[in-house]
Design a protein around this ligand. Sequence first.
Ligand code: UDP
Length: 164
Amino acid sequence: EAEEEINFFFPKQQTLAVIKPDAMEDHKEEILGEICSRGFTITQLKELVLSRDLAEDFYSQHRDKPFYNQLVDFMCRGPCMLLVLTKENAVEEWRSMMGPTDPAQAQETAPGSLRARFATDILHNALHGSTSQHHAQEKIQFLFGDITSDLNSDGVFDSTLPED
Ligand code: UDP
C-alpha cells in the first residue's frame, strides 16, 4: 500500500540506455553495478552487435551531421548493451548520471558522471540515454518491439505524450 502511494506521487518512468561498444570492452560490469545501486530496475536487456541498418535508423535524426558516418561505424564495431531502465524520473536521472555528451565538458562540470569517468572523446562517449519520454518510448519500441507493449499497463507509456 505504501508503495502504491509513492507511485502515485512519483510515477515510474522508463528510459532507454545503451552501453556503447567502447565501454562494453572494459566497463560493462561497473556501469551495470552503478545502474542497480542507483535504484533503477533493468526491465529489459539485450546485448547485440547492431547491424549498419539498425545503427543508421537509430541515429537517423543525425543523418545530416558531419559525424554521422563515424557514429554509425562506431556503433556497429562491437556489441552494445541495450537496457530499458525503470525508475521515477528515469529519463532525467539517467541523463544526469551519464553527464554531458563531450567527456571533456563532463570532466569540468560533472566529474563523477559516467561519461567523465569512462568516455574517451565526444564520439566514443560510452553511453546513450533518451532525452525525453517520447523518444524513450519510440526507441524502446523500435529496439524491443512487441516485448514492450506488455509494459504499458503501468501507465508509463501514454500514446498521447507530446513531442518534446
Ligand atoms: N557525437 C559526435 N560528435 C558531436 C556530437 C555527437 O560524435 O559533435 C556523437 C556522440 O557519440 C553522441 C551521439 O553522436 O553520443 C549522439 O549525439 P547527441 O547530440 O544526440 O548526444 P547525446 O544525446 O548522446 O548526449
